[in-house]
Ligand binder design. Structure first.
Ligand code: NAD
Length: 254
């Protein structure tokens, strides 16, 4: 097992990819602190995971778009778990709309959830890791949309691009303290989020540019988080790893 004795805080873990990361980390021996805004679903998830394991599973409901609440939740997680070794900044939201129609309110909400809360949480957890002096690993969720532009997602793309540079900058400053910081950039993954996109616009062909010709799975993304959070990646920091079936490698529109 790759995470025995490690304590991981995972945001956006009531469902989707965050839940997949939680299940993968549990299988590898970690204790978990789950954080999400969906209170009933988070409680159900935590209770169902507890039935399957002897590991410690704590949780807190928090709306990460409230940055003061995000800071308090990170402090609470650190103190209730008596330290955190791995921070997984996964929570995120997306809306499809033309650039010209994006309201300042929507722009701010996406930035707050997708990147500003990540900054706040990371500052609290990394600050405590530095003070404790035993290092740690932080893995941030970005997206293929943080590495190349696209229509209808200017706010989302900008937030995910900011995560890539936040990841690199934190990696440089935190390396002397034994804290590695990396990112994961999924392409189209078989999740409710992508199924909803497809339902709203049936003409969308999500795999048209993906050389592997299929959607990725939650487990395939969770495995990338596991790799970067574990000692298998002990000399890797500051990278963003695409998990996209070759989508970003394919510049051809033909
Ligand atoms: N699904 C994909 O194809 C895909 C591709 C690239 C990147 N991503 C990224 O992966 C991450 C997870 O996406 P997913 O597909 O699992 O989506 P999802 O909607 O299934 O899960 C997101 C989770 O984040 C939580 N969340 C949302 N807003 C929150 C808030 N204000 N405070 C606290 N928690 C909040 C949700 O309740 C949910 O549990 C996101 O950051 C997303 O941008 C997804």
């Amino acid at each position: 097992m790759k995470l025995t004795g490690k304590k991981a805080l995972i945001t956006g873990s009531a469902q989707g990819i965050g839940l997949g990361i939680a299940e993968t980390f549990l299988r590898e021996g970690a204790d978990l602190f789950l954080l999400d805004v969906r209170s009933a679903q988070l409680r159900e998830t935590a209770e169902s995971l507890r039935k399957r394991t002897a590991a410690r599973i704590e949780y807190a409901v928090c709306d990460l778009s409230d940055l003061n609440a995000a800071k308090a939740a990170a402090e609470d997680a650190w103190s209730r778990m008596d330290g955190i070794d791995i921070l997984i900044n996964n929570a995120g939201i997306a809306f499809r709309e033309p650039f010209a129609d994006i309201s300042l309110e929507r722009w701010t909400k996406i930035m707050d959830v997708n990147v500003n809360s990540m900054f706040v949480l990371s500052q609290v957890i990394a600050g405590n890791m530095v003070a404790r002096g035993t290092g740690g690993a932080i893995v941030n969720m970005t997206s293929k949309n943080g590495l190349a532009g696209s229509s209808m997602l200017a706010h989302y793309n900008a937030s995910k691009g900011a995560v890539v540079l936040l990841t690199q900058s934190m990696a440089v400053e935190l390396a002397p303290h034994g804290i590695r910081v990396n990112g994961v950039a999924p392409g189209f993954i078989d999740t409710p989020l992508d199924r909803k996109l497809k339902e709203r616009d049936s003409s969308l062909n999500l795999t048209a540019r993906t050389p592997m010709g299929r959607l990725g799975t939650v487990d395939e993304v969770a495995n990338a988080f596991l790799f970067l959070a574990s000692d298998d990646a002990s000399y890797i920091t500051g990278v963003t790893l695409p998990v996209d079936g070759g989508h970003l490698a394919n510049a051809s529109e033909l």
